[in-house]
Design a protein around this ligand. Sequence first.
Ligand code: ACO
Ligand code: HSE
Length: 386
Amino acid sequence: MTLTVRELDSQQRPVPDGHVQFADVGEYTFETGGYLPSVTLAFETWGTLNQDASNAVLLLHALTGDTHVAKGESNEPGWWDQLVGPGGIVDTNKYFVVAPNMIGSCYGSTGPASIAPDGRPWGSRFPFTTIRDSVNLELRLADDLGIKKFHAVVGGSMGGARALEWAVTAPERVAHCVVVAACAQSSAEQIAFAQAQTAAIRLDPNYRSGDYYDAASSPAAGLGIARRIAHVTYRSEPELETRFSRANQGEENPFGGASISHQRGRYAVESYLDHQADKLVDRFDANSYVVLTEALMSHDVGRSRGGVDAALASAADVKFLVAAVNSDRLYWPAQSEEIVKRVDQGDGVYTIDSPIGHDGFLTDIHQLGPVLNEHVFTARGDQERS
Ligand SMILES: CC(=O)SCCNC(=O)CCNC(=O)[C@H](O)C(C)(C)COP(=O)(O)OP(=O)(O)OC[C@H]1O[C@@H](n2cnc3c(N)ncnc32)[C@H](O)[C@@H]1OP(=O)(O)O
Ligand SMILES: N[C@@H](CCO)C(=O)O
């Protein structure tokens, strides 16, 4: 296999922080048998890899996230600016941060919209993907970058699932594993919420079994419904109540006329969900949403490893830091406790105290600063000891 990272720009200057790069990581046979003749992973980096490659940190995004974790050359805000940057909690003056886009996504890595050798998008032919597949491919990226062992692998939500899978697939390559608002295996309820979302997309007539890229219309309606369902699970009931209560959206009247065919106005919370749906439809591909959602449904670090207990026991040398959002109703803090019971983390689950629910792992990640600085991203030189 020939691996290529395009790590110098056209003038042979080192790549700046927060600049999208691409690694060709070769052909790949997926866990359930699918095959791609070539896979590209998009990624961004911040900071400089030190001489013995001991200061590398892998940051893994959530379901609809991308490689842009933090500001860089463009000053474009990143989704974890609170965590990463010069002088930050993950100090890019000390650490070399790598953020890959997951296989199957639509932010630069090979996904269903990518062009197959026959010149058509993969579409419906894109392989079923698991979280484990994503880790296997990211291991190749690490090889290509010359990183034998990460000082830390960090992620929230689906990124947390990916981080935990990293610790179990390749414990010898992970010194610290930080798992925020995630679980060891997707629960029945998480699978159920996810199924409603993928069904909404698959049942949109514009979905065409996934082969819609050349059509005049895309499955925007299905993707929008998927996001509405998902977004409610990302926020807490008290937050929605406090923000919206039963308020009308502006001058709109949510009561209908004499029959249900009358187009009624919206409650403010409906308008809010419409907005969240529109925003996602503008920036995300429906097939990628299906691929990544089903990857998350498949998440189970214990699969083919004798169960979760045995799988986590095999990562006994990894130092874990597990955190949860106290109002999260999608990834219940109890699921984080289940991980902690099986790994050596004396202090228990760390808490992000946020009223908003699951999305607190994005909006309030700074709260983990003190524990991360104490246990993971400690004083200069810590990385040499790991
Ligand atoms: C561009 C990319 O590639 S992003 C990829 C990376 N992103 C990610 O990984 C995470 C994706 N992002 C998210 O999930 C969310 O944006 C979060 C969690 C970060 C944002 O959370 P919050 O800051 O709490 O946003 P919140 O839920 O309050 O929503 C605010 C939006 O709702 C809108 N809104 C609020 N009330 C209403 C209403 N009644 N009607 C319509 N819209 C409303 C606001 O105007 C605001 O709009 P804007 O986002 O277009 O500015
Ligand atoms: N808001 C997050 C939640 C998923 O964990 C996202 O869109 O990726």
